[in-house]
Ligand binder design. Structure first.
Ligand code: SF4
Ligand code: SF4
Length: 301
């Protein structure tokens, strides 16, 4: 199955070394409460609507072949019983108040887009990063892309939540220079509460990847009231320090409450009440806990 791509970011500087092009796959097995890219979670095409951009021109209503749109006091409302997600309304909208998320690309098409960035990539020792969503949900396409990039001498990173069959991960590792591996928390029941899944597979896979000698950068979304408690931080530091092979670098990614707008566009609820931005003291203590275990720590991507 060819995955849908929901974003292609040029000049990406937080997704691995150097200047990179980051390709974002749609579809994720987790449902993290803090997810900043809620449009990444579903593997299907989605429609986003920004009411503040809508000028009520009604071009969308005129072109809709399914009669699925209505102009109300709250803006354009879609009847998803009728909507086929054909995208004609988005094409017709003069202000881009309606946008479609998710586009199919062939390997060759993506390679042409990547090649256009080669100058910046080479001058900065950058590369290509496959992210999401979860790129490991689409292993066949991902491996084709990785092979095509490696043939062109490009550095390849895979940004993963680690929730995938171990054999898939290890196969992908054969073509990957660097994993950006998310670690959320070690308490499995809390992991299930906050992401929808327990963390057994994720932790086992991380150990397997380290045992296989992969180059790994651990990324920890650091969220007040979620994983900032000192017991949790200590447990994560001990786990990372005990991984076999070279000690991975750790990126602590402090949570920012900025995703509300995207959830609004999708018509989804963002339950952010329990989460908060970590304090400077919490960030400093967490950094110290990892440094004490011999890990190099960066704050941010
Ligand atoms: S995506 Fe197509 S079917 Fe759905 S509302 Fe827009 S024009 Fe109508
Ligand atoms: S793993 Fe990443 S993309 Fe998937 S739900 Fe969590 S934050 Fe979002």
């Amino acid at each position: 199955m060819i995955p849908l791509i929901f974003d292609i970011k040029r000049y990406a500087i937080s997704d691995g070394p150097g200047i990179r092009i980051a390709i974002y796959f749609k579809g994720c097995p987790l449902r993290c409460a803090w997810c900043h890219n809620p449009e990444s979670q579903s593997p299907k095409v989605q429609k986003l609507y920004t009411a503040s951009k809508c000028i009520g021109a009604q071009d969308c209503i005129e072109v809709c072949p399914e009669d699925a749109l209505t102009l109300t006091r709250n803006g354009i409302v879609t009847d998803y019983e009728k909507c086929t997600l054909c995208g004609k309304c988005a094409e017709a909208c003069p202000t881009k108040a309606i946008e479609m998320s998710g586009k199919l690309y062939e390997v060759d098409e993506l390679m042409q887009i990547i090649e256009r960035e080669r100058v910046h990539i080479e001058h900065s020792d950058g590369g290509v990063t496959f992210s999401g969503g979860e790129p490991l949900m689409h292993p066949e396409f991902l491996i084709k892309m990785l092979k095509a990039c490696k043939e062109k001498g490009l550095h390849c990173a895979v940004d993963t939540c680690g929730f995938a069959p171990a054999e898939t991960l290890l196969e992908v590792a054969k073509h990957t220079d660097l994993f950006l591996y998310d670690l959320k928390m070690l308490d499995s029941s809390l992991h299930k509460k906050w992401t929808g899944k327990n963390n057994h597979l994720i932790l086992d896979n991380l150990k397997a990847l380290a045992t296989a000698g992969a180059n790994i950068n651990i990324r920890i979304p650091f969220i007040g009231n979620v994983n900032t408690h000192e017991d949790e931080v200590r447990a994560m530091a001990e786990f990372v320090a005990a991984l076999p092979g070279k000690k991975p670098e750790v990126n602590l990614l402090p949570y920012h409450n900025i995703a509300q707008n995207k959830y609004n566009k999708l018509g989804q609820v963002y339950n952010s009440e329990e989460m908060r931005e970590p304090t400077n003291e919490e960030i400093g203590s967490a950094k110290a806990a990892f440094v004490e275990k011999g890990c190099k720590v960066e704050i941010g991507g």
